[in-house]
Design a binder for this molecule. Structure first.
Ligand code: NDP
Length: 260
């Protein structure tokens, strides 16, 4: 297909894959995303972490609403059943990430405004391509619900979501009220990796890409890997230095169990 023949949606999906390739390279070689334990000066004013997570992740939910209203109006009609399941996966993740996760952050570090704005830009972009796929471009037939690909993708998604959610909970509970320091997390995926939350997130969106059978799903999964894998590598290195003499004995990988 010539570039001129591509729809804006297809171009935005490919652009996300290309941006992901630059992101994984840049975050691995030149800069560590400067928030949380890797906070650094020079990235703009610092914002409350709860507000930052809400502002940067909620564009995904806004896009679902916009595309629903655009294509279904106030009719109250629902998309086909398989689309509804996929919207539940995608929307459910972002209800957690935009609303529940921020409310439950315990003594998190402030976030530089540039990080918040970059993430909000990505979430608007991603929200547009995922919502357009699920609420405008694709109408999955009911037979999809019982297809091997859809069931496999759904199982992988739910497994990833569970790992991600459980890992977020383990990290949150490391701090007692008032504490701001870092401890070694144990349990769940942390038995195998330093960053169970990032591992779960990557698995989730690979499952979503399989279930949606879409270029937008592939772009999302790839960008998630590009964004979280280098951060996971930085966290792993940080744990090895911070808990020297203790951490290496745990034999954990950085993000992918038994592999890396
Ligand atoms: P981190 O693991 O860096 O931090 C998560 C929270 O747990 C922070 O509040 C952090 O506090 C706290 N925490 C982490 N480790 C410890 C520890 N050892 N001891 C005590 N507290 C700890 O994750 P992120 O903030 O980068 O990401 C949060 C969620 O968002 C994850 O589930 C991740 O998968 C998801 N995410 C998704 C992305 C995507 O592209 N789809 C990109 C980035 C994140 P503090 O702030 O003080 O460090």
């Amino acid at each position: 297909m010539e570039i001129a023949d591509m729809s804006l949606h297809t171009m935005l999906c490919w652009a996300m894959i290309v941006t992901g390739a630059f992101t994984v390279f840049g975050l691995s070689k030149y800069v560590t995303a400067p928030y949380g334990r890797h906070s650094a000066a020079g990235w703009g004013i610092l914002l409350d972490p709860k507000l930052s997570w809400f502002l940067m992740e909620s564009p995904n939910l806004v896009m679902i609403l916009i595309f629903y209203l655009k294509n279904y109006g106030l009719s109250g009609r629902l998309p086909p059943a398989a689309n509804c399941v996929l919207l539940l996966f995608y929307g459910g993740h972002y209800v957690n990430r935009s609303l529940i996760f921020p409310m439950r952050i315990r003594n998190g570090k402030k976030m530089p405004i540039t990080v918040m704005l970059a993430a909000a830009f990505y979430c608007t972009w991603n929200g547009y391509i995922q919502s357009k796929t699920l609420l405008e471009l694709e109408e999955y037939g009911d037979e999809v619900l019982s297809s091997t690909q859809f069931i496999l993708g759904s199982v992988v998604f739910v497994a990833g979501f569970t790992i991600n959610y459980q890992s977020d909970e383990i990290l949150r509970n490391l701090r007692k009220p008032g504490e701001t320091g870092y401890k070694i997390p144990y349990g769940g995926a942390f038995k195998y990796v330093s960053c169970g939350n990032f591992f779960g997130e990557i698995v989730e969106w690979i499952g979503f890409a399989i279930a949606t059978n879409s270029l937008s799903g592939v772009a999302f999964a790839f960008y998630t890997f590009a964004n979280t894998a280098p951060r996971g590598a930085s966290h792993h290195k940080w744990y090895l230095e911070k808990f020297k003499g203790e951490y290496e004995d745990l034999g954990r990988c950085a993000v992918i169990p038994f592999i890396w």
